[in-house]
Design a protein around this ligand. Sequence first.
Ligand SMILES: [Fe+2]
Ligand SMILES: [Fe+2]
Length: 237
Amino acid sequence: MPDSPSTRRHFLQQTSLASAGLLVPALAFANPQQPPSAQKPKDAENISPAEDLMREHGVLNRILLIYDEHLRLLAARQTFDGSVLVSAADIVRHFVEEYHEKLEEDFLFPRFRKAGKLVNLVDTLLAQHKAGRLLTAQIRELASLPTLKFVSDADKLADALRSFLRMYRPHEAREDTVLFPAFRSIVSPHEYDALGGDFEKKEDQLFGDQGFFKIVDQVAELEKKLRIHDLSQFTPK
Ligand SMILES: [Fe+2]
Ligand SMILES: [Fe+2]
């Protein structure tokens, strides 16, 4: 039986209270004091550009799972702490958009254009980065509303999450299977190796030493809050 408007209003009020009362401070993105739980492999400096970018997609995929879980909560009209979604959107903004996508835009896309290869794909990927930034701003804003006239806002939030998921899954899959494999063929082996080191240095500058692992830890903490961290829960019974 569908919920009555008053039940729905109650859910929305609960959600707004959770958003208002339980907001946690923004994640520290470059806190060198925070020890990562995972250890950086010794030869991480030798990571190739493709491996670097693809493991960053792994972080994005874990955030997509967090977005999936919020869509499920919204559809079930369950209350949730909006600060988890705000923190997830902040990681998307700082780590995916301002770092990972910036690497693609500064180091990969111009080289493909110069080589005259996969130019249409690059155009689409760039347009999707721009669309993603708009969606992230919307998700963050809606997730952090302290008081919600929230019936329409909940629908808007669900729409933004759905659009983000729908775009980014094919986006990153196309980069992993087409763009990154082709990248090796348009730069010299020396340049390819050097870029891997450059990417790592930039990551450490922005997010502290062993920055990648710190971001992974931050995402894991959000998963724990949502009770989706235990990998075995996804194994079919
Ligand atoms: Fe991209
Ligand atoms: Fe990417």
